[in-house]
Design a protein around this ligand. Sequence first.
Ligand code: 0X9
Ligand code: ZN
Length: 473
Amino acid sequence: MNRRMALVAGLGLGFGLAPAMGQPNATVPSEAVRYEGHRVVRMDVASPADVAAMEALGAEFLGCEAHAGPAEFRVPPEAMGRLNGSGRAFQVVVENLQAEVDAESARIRAGRAVRGDWFADYKDLQEVSDYVDALVALRPDLAQRISLGVSLEGREIFGLRVTGAGTGGPCRPELLVNSAQHAREWITPMTTMFLADALVRRYDTDPYIRDLVDRVAFLIVPVVNPDGYDYTWTTARFWRKNRRGDAAQVWGVDLNRNWGHQWGLNIGSSGNPFSETYRGTAPFSEPETQVMRDFVLAHPAIRSHNDVHSSGQLILFPWGYTKELTPDHATFEVIGDEMHDRILAVHGRDYRPGPTFTNIYPVSGGSKDWFYGERGVLSFSYEMRGPGFNPPPGNIIPAGEETLPATLYQAEWIADHSVFISDWNGDCSITVADFLAFLSDWSAGAPRADLNGDGAVNVADFLVFLDAYATGQ
Ligand code: 0X9
Ligand code: ZN
């Protein structure tokens, strides 16, 4: 049994569950969730069964996947006796997790008083938003603020579009990079803002960046889950989901189980509202995933996507819902391997590439499956470097530095491979006029209509066109 499944089937003592069972919710002002006396312990685990046994004791696994070797767990005070009685060997690495959370927030508050590098420490929602504005103000010729819609609690889901005048022409492909679907993964908006910062500030001096920014439009959405993200800053540091609930309590939906491709499977998501992988009541039941979906539908030039998560040092691609390989597996592997090599070359970190289902664990209703399965978009995720959800802030810049060339490679790949099959008349938009133009070439047997390249123009080519047309490719 993999880790997430164990968590769902077990006691469900995720960090995020504490507030769901307690008072804090959207309607009643609430006390911060505290981790007083919670320890973090490290031990050697031999198999996922060991992780499941620890969860049965009331501990939470803090890794991204269960494999043999050292693993860390959060142990609430009431579970400590059970752990001591279990006879397992362990080492306490954090005596009091609340002290860590307090130290983190004190450090961030103190850091605000000194002017310094924006990437020196983590930033709250307002600070991220302000930095988007600052980058736009710096280079209005390259960057515009975009507003995609609003969250469940009415917060703006914002981002920026970065592209140069350059030579790319009106058909330029778009790369969407988003982060913080999961609220507590604080290093992820820092990483995507690092990308935005590099594109804007290095455009004039770095010819590689300039060329890509001229050929590709970068759409960067740093916080997909602004309600959850804000909540991790004000109330519960380790909250994961959005803030779905009722007047009595908030349970939250895991936004990365709410996307509408193979949604609702019991492998890779949960129907239990108090699970950390709760999928919601229907595909796209949540405003945050609706906003992202509608944005993508309105941008058919999005050719590639990266949904940034933490942690575990992985590069993930579809599928998440099945162990079957996608028809584009070879392409995903080529791109994933190059991203891996580029990351490794920067600071020596090994981000293992592979399909979500086998490289981490089953995920159904995840964003990547929808992007690829419904839109034909080459969709990836990073699981950033850890440890856990609050790596020391000295990791922010290295994390940004190492993933930057890999994300630029994604852009390079789409810049080099962006022929829009269904833009038959070449006007950069895909409309019924393209359909009619294709139809006329196809029925005349024009060589150009031999889309599968088998030397004949027949119904198989028609189906290739139809599929491309339907998915905006
Ligand atoms: O469980 C998840 O959603 C991701 N791991 S995390 O520890 N960051 O929560 C894995 C996500 C795989 N990605 C998609 N299918 N989009
Ligand atoms: Zn995540």
